[in-house]
Design a protein around this ligand. Structure first.
Ligand SMILES: [Zn+2]
Ligand SMILES: [Zn+2]
Length: 415
């Protein structure tokens, strides 16, 4: 592989990782450093690009670019699915062209990895197909009973909440997706890589998709590392005992120095080194995302609910701060803990979190801040094992699935 191809692959890798950041990591609502980076990437950079395009290419070109951006970012489209296939197959084709041919000649590896890599690629495609083609579940009048089995916690989800777009009651933990234009049970997020939502029925396939790629990229990183290490420890080559002359000068250096070895490997096996950087970066990114979803399962939350809980937490801290400040100033509110923190807002839009009782903004109707009490528990967290079982065997697909009301009635009849 020549230097130009290596540079193009490196650029391609940066582009793929950048897209991954935008899709899976970026969070503009985050108050910390992640939020600042996300705002810079999602708002500042496009703003600068917009100014440059308008200045250099004119209004018409600017309008065309803006429409294209809206289509890519704000509408359902298969572009990122195609990008995924391009990345995966591009990496595999690069492997076939520049890596696989060395398997039979290198010291620590053998041809068996050619077959294993092929099986992994097939598994990656299969898991991608399952995740893309399995519906997350769609809440309609007909399916409402099937998906309406979760109790309402009266914090994030309240009863009798009607979706304005579907005109259907929203079951607890569901959300309307404006891109798919329907309500999704146990909504996690809309995944642009799959071009559909991740919800109750396809969450397990989404996790399988991530797991398959984590294992594949870990395996690929291991094999590529073995190939590079082979060159160092191959007794026929004895790289560390050899001497090298530096191009352009007559200086000679021994091969037992790290920078000499790295230079040698990079110039002789550019393709393998670049491929290693690509798959190892992908491994780190996807493994991080997969672990994050395992964490979400462990705490019994969906991605959607983490945003809501973060908002609840902010409000709770504010209420607690107001209450403590009020008490510290010598005032007393004799009312007991209110335990009234809850979530209010339109699920279709940005959801705000406001205390149902507590300090008022109005000077005329000032009410003393009340004790917010203990932070409310997440009633949907049943422990890691049970949460994982619910992911693998969705409640709505079990034969015993029935609405909450019916379950209560059944219990009464039995007792
Ligand atoms: Zn809806
Ligand atoms: Zn969606």
């Amino acid at each position: 592989m020549d230097l130009l191809t290596g540079l193009l692959l490196a650029l391609y890798m940066s582009f793929a990782l950048g897209t991954f950041f935008l899709v899976c990591v970026s969070d503009t609502s985050n108050a910390g450093i992640l939020g600042k980076i996300s705002l810079f990437v999602e708002e500042d950079i496009p703003g600068y690009i917009s100014i440059v395009v308008r200045t250099i290419f004119g209004k018409q070109c600017h309008a065309y670019c803006r429409d294209s951006y809206d289509y890519i970012v704000h509408e359902r489209n298969p572009l990122l699915q195609l990008l995924y296939l391009f990345i995966l197959n591009g990496a595999y084709i690069s492997w076939l062209l520049y890596g696989q041919k060395h398997l039979s000649t290198m010291y620590l590896v053998s041809d068996i990895h050619a077959y294993i890599a092929f099986i992994f690629i097939m598994l990656c495609h299969f898991s991608f197909y399952l995740a893309c083609k399995t519906s997350p579940g769609v809440i309609t009048n007909e399916s409402l009973n099937k998906f309406n089995y979760q109790p309402y916690d009266d914090i994030l989800f309240e009863k009798n909440n009607i979706c304005k777009s579907c005109n259907i009651e929203k079951p607890a933990r569901s959300k309307h997706c404006s891109l798919c234009n329907h309500c999704v049970p146990l909504f996690d997020h809309h995944c642009v890589w799959l071009n559909q939502c991740v919800g109750e029925l396809n969450y397990k396939y989404f996790l399988l998709f991530l797991l398959t790629h984590v294992v594949f990229f870990a395996y690929a990183s291991y094999v590529l590392t073995l190939m590079l290490v082979s060159e160092i420890y191959d007794p026929k080559i004895e790289l560390m005992k050899r001497t090298f002359s530096i191009a352009g000068t007559n200086e000679t250096v021994r091969g037992d120095k790290l920078h000499v070895i790295l230079n040698y490997l990079l110039s002789k096996y550019t393709g393998i080194v670049v491929l290693f950087l690509l798959v190892f970066s992908m491994f780190l990114a996807i493994a991080g995302f997969f672990l994050y979803h395992l964490y979400l399962i462990a705490i019994g939350q969906t991605s959607n609910e983490t945003y809501k809980w973060a908002a609840v937490k902010r409000t709770y801290k504010k209420m607690l701060h107001n209450y403590k400040t009020y008490q510290a100033s010598g005032n007393r509110n004799e009312a007991g803990p209110s335990n009234a923190i809850k979530y209010e807002g339109d699920d279709d839009n940005h959801v705000g979190c406001v205390p149902s009782e507590g300090p008022s903004n109005s000077v005329d109707t000032f009410t003393p801040p009340s004790d917010p009490g203990e932070f409310p528990p997440n009633i949907y967290n049943k422990g890691f094992y049970n949460n994982l079982c619910s992911v693998i065997f969705p409640h709505s697909q079990r034969k015993v699935a029935s609405p909450v009301k019916n379950r209560k009635n059944t219990k009464r009849k039995q007792t």
